[in-house]
Ligand binder design. Structure first.
Ligand code: 5GP
Length: 179
């Protein structure tokens, strides 16, 4: 079996700089908010949420949800079905909520999540996404703060995995499992 080695797509330095820019915009936009709830979607967003939540300068707290994904493989096939595995600890009614996601691909996961959270009547609901693949979009999803747009490739690192590998890489890399 040949060793899979991710190729750098977005460097650690570029990611750090971009997260700083996003955090500055978020801090300005929510300057009057006294408790922004930053909601990370497990597992993929744990590193992005950790970096982003430490870089914003406004009062904030973090909470987590977990949703089912396509499965623990590199498959990109989905029927768009999304299921919640773990819900938030906090009640978000009347609160300002920022969903922090690692990746938007077809858009089904984020659109499900936004419908689910909107039903709880938060004061505001926005999204911050590290990477998106515009070519793969199947449903419209609202992305308020975006790190990077990427082509249709399988990316790993910064929380993103390939069959549970490579999540803790400090850069965003591309894997070509077939090679
Ligand atoms: P959706 O298609 O609903 O927008 O995204 C579903 C999920 O697919 C994402 O949350 C993520 O877990 C996974 N996914 C899609 N593209 C990639 C990718 O390039 N790399 C990794 N690691 N996960 C991906």
């Amino acid at each position: 079996m040949t060793e899979v080695v991710p190729e750098v797509l977005i460097s650690e330095e570029k990611i750090r700089k971009r997260i700083g820019e996003l955090a500055a915009r978020i801090s300005t936009d929510y300057a009057d908010v006294d408790d922004l709830i930053m909601v990370g979607i497990l597992k993929g967003s744990f590193i992005f949420l950790a970096d982003l939540s430490r870089a914003v300068t406004i009062p904030r707290s973090v909470d987590f949800m977990a949703l089912s994904t396509y499965g623990a493989s590199e498959s990109t096939e989905t029927d768009g079905a999304v299921r919640m595995i773990m819900d938030l600890r906090r009640n978000i009614t009347g609160k300002h909520v920022l969903v922090v996601e690692d990746i938007v691909d077809t858009g089904h996961t984020l659109s499900y999540l936004l419908r689910n959270l909107a039903a709880r009547q938060p004061a505001s609901l926005k999204t911050c996404v590290l990477v998106e693949k515009p070519e793969r979009r199947e449903v419209f999803t609202q992305i308020d703060y975006l790190g990077f747009s990427i082509p249709d490739v399988w990316v790993v690192g910064c929380g993103l995995d390939w069959a549970e590998r490579f999540r803790t890489l400090p850069f965003i890399g591309v894997v070509h499992p077939g090679r």
